[in-house]
Write a protein that binds this ligand. Structure first.
Ligand SMILES: [Zn+2]
Ligand SMILES: [Zn+2]
Length: 264
């Protein structure tokens, strides 16, 4: 909760924020908050990080055991690997994107959290995961200058029946955290694609071929941060990055919360 210094006259937004904090603190006194994942009781707001809705145990589980990542495809690489611009899994791939920034692997607690974020009521979890992605990978984000944050879009008809869409909510939060313009209107999904979870990689690429199109000329010469929640085979991100590049984007880097672990 912010306390105003005596020599500073607060503006209306600060006063409103102050009363919002007071109201939340009063609500928490009556209804103690619970961790979004394990439902255990959380410490009172003034004893925990502002806005955090996960207990320390769950936060620790989400943020551990992911190891080093290949900067090109996000796959896990050994702790002593120095050249991480490509790895054994991606050196023959012709991805249209220039790199991947990811938090962890799509398994255990992070998988559960990603599934919660996809739920119609998963807006808060989506924002929390986006915050964790920025916090844990801040160095990689700040290495490159981005002109725009673009979510991997969903077909408009699907958007009509969903109150929230994880990639878009995450992109909005990442845009706010990095102070980079959010551009939701420049990439659109041209057609409805089937759910890909059970499709083999080759079929996924076929399904995503020409699935996206760029609206207008707003990406010419721009460095784009393309946001999705999960990267599985890379087919969706590759198809989206390909049309952005074709429309003149100078660079496309993909940011995801999790990548699928390599198949054994
Ligand atoms: Zn918890
Ligand atoms: Zn790789």
């Amino acid at each position: 909760m912010s306390i105003f210094p005596l020599d500073h006259r607060p503006d209306s937004s600060q006063i409103s924020e102050f009363f919002q904090e007071v109201r939340c603190a009063a609500m928490e006194f009556v209804f103690p908050p619970a961790c979004m994942m394990c439902r255990s009781e959380m410490p009172h707001r003034i004893f925990r990080t502002a806005g955090c809705t996960l207990c320390d145990d769950c936060l620790g589980q989400l943020d551990s055991g992911h190891g080093n990542a290949c900067r090109r495809c996000g796959a896990p690489v050994g702790p002593f690997t120095i050249a991480t611009d490509h790895c054994i899994l991606c050196h023959r791939e012709n991805y249209a994107f220039d790199g991947v920034i990811r938090m962890g692997l799509y398994r255990d607690s992070l998988r559960v959290a990603c599934l919660m974020a996809k739920n119609p009521s998963g807006s808060l979890m989506s924002r929390t995961l986006a915050d964790l992605l920025v916090d844990t990978q801040y160095e990689l984000f700040s290495e490159r200058a981005f002109h725009a944050v673009v979510p991997v879009p969903e077909h408009w008809a699907k958007r009509l029946i969903r109150p929230h869409y994880a990639a878009e909510t995450m992109a909005r939060q990442i845009s706010a955290r990095l102070k980079v313009r959010l551009a939701t209107g420049i990439l659109a999904k041209a057609r409805w694609t089937p759910k890909q979870a059970k499709s083999p990689p080759v079929q996924r690429r076929q399904q995503q071929k020409d699935a996206f199109h760029v609206v207008g000329a707003g990406v010419q010469g721009q460095s784009i941060l393309l946001v999705d929640d999960i990267l599985t085979t890379g087919a969706t991100a590759d198809a989206a990055a390909r049309v952005l590049k074709r429309a003149g984007a100078s660079r496309v880097v993909v940011a995801v919360v999790a990548v699928s672990p390599p198949r054994a």
